[in-house]
Design a protein around this ligand. Structure first.
Ligand SMILES: *Cc1c(COP(=O)(O)O)cnc(C)c1O
Length: 458
């Protein structure tokens, strides 16, 4: 009898990677540099250092070193909640009657509830090392703000969080978690910044947006002595830190003598997918056998499937540098009935370039009722309530597994379960009571966002 693969494949503490993998060192066409919004010249380290910690600026601009050592205090923190398990979804396979082997890498098993802690702890560490007093950041649903609060709480660093106002109203307990870790939470737009006051003037009832909250957090960071800004997705440094996910996943697969045929991740700003695929994409970039990569996004915020590959602002206030990425335009707002997360208008430049060059094989957009159907199927059979974001990946994994049932192929599927669903019960409530609706933006609706993309000939 052949030995059955266990439900959970764990690495030992010693097998937690000692270095992050910097995919840019292996990319054939590196992504285009971020540009200064005034001069349209590539941002230099000097220009970035009022915004980010010195060491993080170096990481942001580093396209040479394949591996960057993880400092001991960060590894020690990782040891408290990592390695994260690679789980064989036996019960889901049985439910789907599929010959496919389905695995997921679960990042929701820490208090912040998602993969975001992997980068938060790194960003807080470098700020502390530099002797800063504190950092600022923004948060939408609250996942990143919570992760950053935990990280700053650990290193005794002050944290100012600008939280999108509607989220702060809808999710008061998220604020409580952050405050418990000693963060100061301000609903955005607020009267504490120029950009916030301007937004409030034009729309006093504004519920805010992630883009505006970013503008506020950046403004405070560059105008307050001893502060820098931190961001939870999109940036090169964030994808670098998240490479821990993919490295662990690959090592776990090696332990059981398997290798995925398909790697699937949900894509908002691109950090969990960028992390999950990292070590497998290394194989592809080296011309070796590699999986088929699928990025999954909401049909109501379809940056990869319907966006433009162009230089654009990273925030609504249009104060950040310009990044070359798939974008719906910095002013794009998903329809108000959208409940499933992944609302960012752009996509990480690394992911954008890999998709543009065909290394990410496919992007798929899914309507939210299909996403939540997959989420509840998964929750019931696997006993794990997924984050709505992660459920985008589940939907695609289920669809691939169903294809295998039809063709009889025994493919090995890996998807990223980036977080827990405990913090998004409002969205589940909508689905459960039948009030969830779908809205796919029309071309005209998207055109509004596209018209705000700056004309940059690079
Ligand atoms: C923030 C978040 C995402 C989306 O961000 P990415 O940068 O695309 O990973 C996905 N899943 C969960 C659980 C999140 O908290």
């Amino acid at each position: 009898m052949s030995k059955q693969i266990p439900y959970k494949v764990y690495l030992t503490e010693e097998e937690i990677p000692k270095a992050w993998y910097n995919i840019r060192a292996d990319m054939k066409t590196d992504h285009r540099p971020i540009l200064h919004p005034g001069t349209l010249e590539p941002m230099t380290a000097d220009e970035l250092s009022p915004v980010f910690c010195t060491e993080l600026v170096k990481q942001e601009l580093n396209d040479k070193d394949r591996f960057i050592e993880i400092p001991e205090p960060i590894r020690d923190f990782y040891k408290m909640y990592r390695p994260s398990p690679l789980v064989r979804a036996y019960c889901l396979e049985k439910e789907l009657k599929t010959p496919a082997k389905i695995y997921y890498k679960y990042e929701g098993g820490n208090t912040s509830g998602s993969h975001k802690l992997n980068s938060a702890i790194a960003q807080a560490y470098y700020a502390k090392e530099q002797g800063l007093k504190g950092v600022t950041t923004e948060t939408g649903a609250g996942q990143w703000g919570t992760a950053m609060s935990m990280a700053c709480g650990h290193f005794g660093l002050d944290l100012k969080v600008y939280m999108v106002k509607v989220s702060a109203q809808q999710k008061p307990y998220r604020k409580t978690v952050m405050e418990t870790f000693n963060a100061k939470v301000t609903p955005s737009p607020s009267d504490t910044t120029n950009i916030g006051r301007k937004m409030l003037e034009s729309d006093p009832e504004s519920g805010g947006s992630l883009g505006t909250a970013i503008s506020e957090a950046v403004e405070v960071a560059v105008t307050t002595e001893g502060y820098r800004y931190t961001l939870g997705s999109v940036l090169n440094q964030v994808l670098l830190h998240q490479s821990i996910i993919g490295q662990e996943a690959k090592a776990a697969f090696e332990k059981i003598g398997e290798y995925p045929d398909i790697v699937i991740g949900c894509a908002g700003g691109g950090s969990n997918l960028g992390g999950l695929m990292s070590s497998f994409m290394a194989d592809k970039l080296a011309g070796k056998k590699a999986p088929y990569f699928i990025a999954v996004e909401p049909a109501s915020c379809p940056s990869l499937t319907r966006g433009k590959f162009a230089y654009d602002f990273c925030d609504t206030g249009m104060v950040t540098p310009l990044a070359k990425m798939y974008t719906l335009g910095a002013t794009y707002k998903p329809p108000s009935n959208h409940a499933g997360g992944l609302r960012y208008h752009g996509m990480a430049p690394i992911l954008s370039q890999l998709y543009h060059d065909g290394f990410i094989n496919e992007a798929r957009a899914i309507v939210q009722s299909d996403v939540f159907e997959a989420a509840t199927t998964f929750a019931r059979v696997e006993g794990n309530l997924p984050a709505p974001e992660s459920a985008h990946a589940i939907r695609a994994a289920i669809d691939e597994a169903i294809k295998c049932r039809e063709t009889g192929e025994e493919k090995t599927i890996l998807f990223g379960l980036s977080g827990t669903g405990y913090f998004d019960l409002g969205a589940y409530a909508q689905y459960n009571d039948g009030t969830m609706t779908d809205h796919i933006p029309t071309d005209e609706e998207l055109e509004l966002g596209f018209s705000a993309i700056p004309k940059v000939d690079k």
